[in-house]
Design a protein around this ligand. Structure first.
Ligand code: ATP
Ligand code: MG
Ligand code: FE
Length: 344
């Protein structure tokens, strides 16, 4: 079975094609992504109207490129991200997927974006054992419990305010860096001391929800630190601020993820989302997993950021698990819960 997946929840127009195999994994046949990230740079964040327009322009050429890369005229099923994400952006992918499904007379599967971030790991690392997943991107910070990719995914916790990637972008802006800020902070932090400034670890107190995150206090602490130094005329070490901020984020993310794995009695942690490209988040996750005897699975960066392959592979798992197709009347749901793998 060959599945074509369409992703348009944020600023990437992704179209991927996978072949489902009997060993419960997917083989990647095509992975085409058109990003509008450069168009959002001067606004310091994703502008929904610009993203929607860019999806509209990119969707058909990206589907064509994916079909040609996969060497097929049409797939056996069409999958699409139905949520969560930006309403206008999702709408473009969902409308396109319906049109292709109708024109090709193929079943449509309207699936959850977050499940895709987890399922994509099977392309590189094989069938997914029961696992805890930590998703960190510009729009999401979630700890999930995944017993079986074909079954509902449980949410253990999520951010109560900013997403981790969003915190990177906001702190980068404060330090005068460009957008997206994550890679620039990562680079600047290489020359800094992660212990130079004791920034707060949000929601790590004994009464705090163990799997929830908060990054807005950290962002404010960085802003206060920078303002105070500037007001006093003291020099600011951008490298030290970047390294100390990055350490605070990586520490909280991995500490909570380790606790979730231990509490759930599982022995596998999966990372996903664009911010897992961060070198310190990766290194700390590796170090802490190794110390605890936990298997860490991290997809390559290209598969961590939004793409169509993740949607195709998640849909393939759901289809193999007996999912029935979604109706052509299915509507995008910007706030779709991770528990709902597919709208049928
Ligand atoms: P979504 O939230 O729907 O997954 P998105 O476009 O916000 O979509 P991604 O494209 O997956 O998210 O990731 C982009 C985010 O990841 C940005 O916030 C960016 O700053 C952050 N990021 C990318 N590389 C790094 C890095 N090396 N260190 C920290 N953050 C990074
Ligand atoms: Mg993006
Ligand atoms: Fe995403």
């Amino acid at each position: 079975m060959i599945v074509l997946g369409i992703e348009s929840s944020c600023d990437e127009t992704g179209v991927g094609v996978v072949r489902w195999r009997d060993d419960r994994t997917c083989e990647q046949l095509a992975d085409e992504v058109a990003s509008s990230v450069a168009e959002h740079a001067r606004f310091g964040g994703v502008v929904p109207e610009i993203a929607s327009r860019a999806h509209l322009e990119a969707i058909r050429p990206t589907v064509r490129r994916a079909l040609s890369a996969a060497g097929i005229d049409r797939p056996d099923a069409v999958a699409v991200t139905v949520g969560p994400g930006l309403a206008g952006a999702l709408l473009v992918g969902v409308a396109a997927a319906k049109a292709y499904a109708a024109a090709w007379d193929l079943p449509l599967y309207a699936v959850n974006h977050l499940g895709g971030h987890v399922a994509v790991d099977t392309l590189e690392h094989g069938p997914m054992p029961p696992a805890v997943a930590l998703l960190v991107s510009g729009g999401h910070t979630h700890l999930l419990r995944v017993d079986d990719l074909a079954e509902p995914i449980a949410e253990l916790g999520s951010t109560v305010d900013d997403a981790a990637g969003e915190a990177f972008d906001k702190v980068a802006r404060l330090l005068g860096m460009g957008y997206p800020g994550g890679p620039e902070i990562d680079r600047a932090a290489r020359d800094g001391d992660p212990a130079a400034i004791a920034f707060p670890r949000g929601m790590t107190g004994p009464r705090d929800a163990p799997y929830d995150f908060s990054f807005s206090g950290l962002k404010t602490a960085v802003a206060r630190y920078v303002e105070a130094r500037r007001a006093a005329g003291d020099p600011i070490s951008v490298a030290d601020v970047a390294a100390s901020f990055q350490e605070a984020v990586a520490d909280v993310l991995t500490r909570k993820a380790m606790r979730a794995v231990a509490d759930s009695g599982m022995d596998t942690l999966v990372l996903g989302g664009g911010a897992t490209a961060n070198s310190r988040i990766r290194a700390l996750a590796e170090q802490r997993c190794a110390a605890a005897g936990i298997t860490l699975r991290v997809p390559k960066p290209r598969l961590c950021t939004d793409n169509g392959v993740m949607i195709a592979s998640y849909a393939a798992h759901l289809i193999a698990g007996g999912a029935i197709p979604s109706p052509l009347t299915v509507a995008a749901d910007p706030a779709l819960s991770v528990r709902i793998g597919q709208l049928d």
